[in-house]
Ligand binder design. Structure first.
Ligand SMILES: Cc1ncc(COP(=O)(O)O)c(C=O)c1O
Length: 411
């Protein structure tokens, strides 16, 4: 695979890649669960903790000012990254919290409904289904969520439409702009789950014309514990806060009534994950330094190599969209005889071959059920992976299948 960047130098930035498992350098193929963290991100966190450490917006001493200025600059960076205003960026713990914040904020009632898709992660299902009716658009023959079906599901009680920008199981990339057009036409806000997409593609909320976009820092090279809700100003203003407390009010009166601050503060209660937010800034810098063109090119080449290598193995069924439909760099599959449960299979790959892949339902029970499989193995790649690692995976799969799975017809 040839990239526009120096692979050896890039890999040297990720210290986990120097770790050995099963007597060989670890192969990390679980990037959709969380990405590896490059040294500049680690350095940003260590710098804050060892040199600054102060809280933000709580005092005027030097260390607090330093922390506040650095923190505020990240909001501007994130706003620029997604082409939003800085008051439209809300720091949260991750995509899950962002979706819960919107679900709570809309004050959904049992008679309401939200229109989503069968492709969604549990985190983009439960916050809706626990509050109101969730209606899920089916998949079309290409493996994309069916927009025409979604249109049929919308009625006067629909409070929101939601769709993932790319699936964490099949990797299919959804043409979000078309969902936004439907949402506009029907006068319903659209929430885009960009938890997977944000680490792979340049996302522009103005161009997408979505009302809310959510993502998790930890899937895009940043630390765990920080994520972002980006929303149109007027949509965020409609949300009632999920959490209240310090930082959200300009005044608390003697009778304990209070005056809320403006956006973004009224939606960010308590001390935020300052180290995580500063790490997110370093992650964005890193992604931009590599460049999304190079990231996409590299990941497309790796995905072709993955399809080609695993495609020669017998006894696997792949969960992916139809040929020619764009997808992010992942491949989920099922071992046809179900001799090895996915989590057991992934443990063999880990402990015997040093390869980390996800095994299980991938927080997508309804999708697996619809596809008729109990669970799957998922290989998810990022730009620092190599073709050699993919060849090692192929050999490991071949050996494991040969050792454990009998191809003889059952009596
Ligand atoms: C598509 C999708 N949405 C939401 C989430 C939830 O992200 P987090 O656990 O970081 O909140 C994930 C995580 O795997 C995901 O893949």
């Amino acid at each position: 695979v040839s990239g526009a960047f120096d692979m050896e130098r890039v890999r040297a930035d990720f210290p986990v890649l120097r770790r050995e498992v099963a007597d060989r350098p670890v192969v990390y193929f679980d990037n959709a669960a969380t990405s590896l963290k490059p040294q500049p991100v680690i350095d940003a966190v260590v710098h804050y903790m060892s040199r600054v450490s102060a809280n933000i917006h709580r005092g005027r001493h030097l260390l607090s000012e330093e922390a506040s200025e650095a923190f505020d600059a990240v909001r501007e960076k994130v706003a620029r990254f997604f082409n939003a205003q800085k008051t439209e960026v809300i720091f949260v713990r991750g995509a899950t919290e962002a979706i819960n914040l919107v679900a709570h904020g809309l004050s959904l009632k049992p008679g309401d409904n939200v229109v989503g898709t069968i492709l969604e992660h549990h985190s983009n299902i439960l916050p809706w289904s626990s509050r109101c009716q969730l209606r899920a658009a089916r998949l079309d023959e290409h493996g994309l969520p069916d927009l025409a079906h979604a249109a049929e599901l919308i009625d006067e009680s629909t409070r929101l439409i939601t769709v993932t920008a790319s699936s964490n199981v099949t990797g299919v990339i959804v043409p979000v702009e078309r969902w936004a057009a439907l949402a506009r036409e029907r006068g319903v806000p659209l929430l885009v789950d960009a938890a997977q997409a944000a680490a792979h593609h340049k996302l522009d909320v103005r161009a997408l014309d979505c009302d809310f976009l959510v993502c998790s820092g930890h899937k895009m090279l940043a630390p765990t514990g920080v994520g972002v809700l980006v929303g149109k100003q007027e949509q965020l203003e409609r949300l009632s806060p999920l959490n209240t407390g310090g930082g959200t009010v300009s005044l608390v009166r003697d009778d304990f009534t209070y005056v809320q601050r403006d956006l973004p503060w009224r939606l960010e209660a308590g001390t935020p994950d300052i180290a995580g937010v500063l790490g997110l800034a370093a992650a964005i810098d890193y992604l931009e330094r590599i460049g999304f063109d190079a990231i996409e090119r590299q990941n497309r080449a790796l995905t072709s190599a993955l399809d080609a290598q695993l495609g020669t193995l017998e006894g696997l069924t792949f969960l992916r969209p139809a040929a020619g439909v764009a997808r992010t760099s992942m491949l989920s599959f099922v071992e046809d005889t179900h001799t090895l449960a996915p989590d057991y299979f992934s443990r063999i790959l880990s402990d015997s071959f040093g390869i980390m892949v996800r095994g299980g339902h991938q927080c997508a029970h309804p999708l697996h059920h619809r596809l008729g499989v109990p669970g799957s193995l998922r290989v998810s790649l990022q730009f620092y992976n190599t073709e050699e690692e993919i060849v090692h995976l192929r050999d490991a799969l071949e050996q494991t299948l040969r050792m454990f799975v009998s191809r003889a017809p059952r009596a």
